[in-house]
Design a protein around this ligand. Structure first.
Ligand code: PHE
Length: 345
């Protein structure tokens, strides 16, 4: 067969194909090692110079033409395939929707509830960095370098960065707030804290703290602190009022310092916050801000202030009757499902 006729046939065939695989197979019959056109090229070697130029030109023209046809056909096939795919994957918006909506984690829910409440009460809601310096986490909080309180909180230090650590308490946000804001100051901060504790039912190397701070140039006393704490605990447990007990304690950044307990009773194995209860739950720490802390923040007016700090997980676990802290973090969807209805109501 004349090469011209074979070329026309080949072009026709290619243009009738609609898969890449078929095109490739057909292409090798014409342009492959033993392809029709390749064989024609081989004939060049036996021709004289003049014929060689003529015939060579002709073959090259055919080759270019054929390659263009092949490429165009490939483009066309790809476009058709894409159109088909798009059509098939078209979302049917008339299908019924999945009615199971997600819900907030109970920790997130509690964080939002407390923040909203305290924002409405006129407190600033502040955040601080989780990677802190020794100054904010210890020094400014009246915990000097060789103070034993540094050892009592097993700290994760950041390697290769001097005096840099994962904050062990949210009290550092107090310092940042007092350095930056004007008095009077009322703030709440909720965030992650880290201590080198083994993970077990009641300890986690990462947990959240809620920090409260009130500072004023006008007198504030321990009665104001007790009042604020009672309101805070009642709000968290969603009860009208609570009975708190204050035990003397020690924190370097507050003086006097105290441990806050809440009265409760046990009903059918469940904790019930109850002013007439016969048991006490340990909830957190509090106290009147130590003058050294004001000084470290550059405050010279000798103001009055109180601060408190609670572990969020502990509060949430008591509130919902959860007895293993790990269940708050192990991403078991059943926990969310279980508390969903409670949170929505
Ligand atoms: N930062 C203290 C702790 O982590 C709690 C605390 C906060 C105590 C504020 C008093 C005042 O244990």
């Amino acid at each position: 067969m004349e090469i011209e006729t074979a070329t026309l046939d080949f072009i026709k065939t290619i243009q009738s194909l609609n898969t890449i695989v078929e095109i490739d197979a057909e292409k090798s019959k014409f342009l492959g090692k033993n392809g029709i056109l390749t064989k024609e090229f081989k004939k060049l070697s036996v021709l004289n110079t003049e014929e060689k130029v003529m015939f060579g030109k002709k073959l090259n023209t055919i080759k270019n033409q054929v390659e263009e046809v092949i490429n165009n056909q490939i483009k066309l096939v790809k476009k058709l395939e894409l159109d088909k795919k798009l059509k098939e994957e078209n979302v049917d918006i008339t299908l019924p929707i999945n009615k199971e909506f997600g819900s907030l984690h109970i920790l997130s829910n509690e964080i939002r509830r407390i923040k909203n409440e305290y924002k409405a009460k006129g407190f600033l809601i502040l955040d601080g960095p989780e990677v802190e310096t020794e100054f904010f986490n210890f020094d400014a909080l009246n915990i000097p370098k060789y103070h034993p309180a540094r050892q009592s909180q097993d700290t994760f230090y950041i390697e290769d960065f001097d005096e840099t650590l994962l904050r062990t308490q949210t009290s550092c946000v107090q310092i940042r707030a007092m350095q930056e804001k004007q008095l009077p100051l009322r703030m709440i901060s909720i965030g992650k804290t880290y201590r080198n504790d083994q993970l077990d039912a009641t300890h986690s190397p990462m947990f959240h703290q809620i920090e409260g701070l009130v500072v004023d140039n006008n007198p504030i006393n321990i009665g104001n602190l007790k009042d604020e704490l009672s309101k805070f605990v009642a709000f968290v447990f969603e009860v009208d009022s609570v009975l708190l007990r204050f035990r003397p304690s020690f924190f370097p950044f507050t003086e006097p310092s105290m441990e806050v307990d809440c009265c409760y009773s046990k009903e059918n194995g469940n904790i019930k916050i109850n002013k007439n209860g016969d048991k006490w739950l340990e909830l957190g720490g509090a106290g009147m801000v130590h003058p050294n802390v004001f000084r470290a923040c550059g405050i010279t007016t000798e103001p009055y202030g109180f601060a408190f700090g609670f572990g969020l997980e502990r509060l949430v676990m008591l509130k919902y009757g959860i007895n293993d802290i790990r269940s708050l973090y192990d991403t078991d969807i059943r926990l969310l499902r279980h508390y969903k209805s409670i949170l929505i109501n």
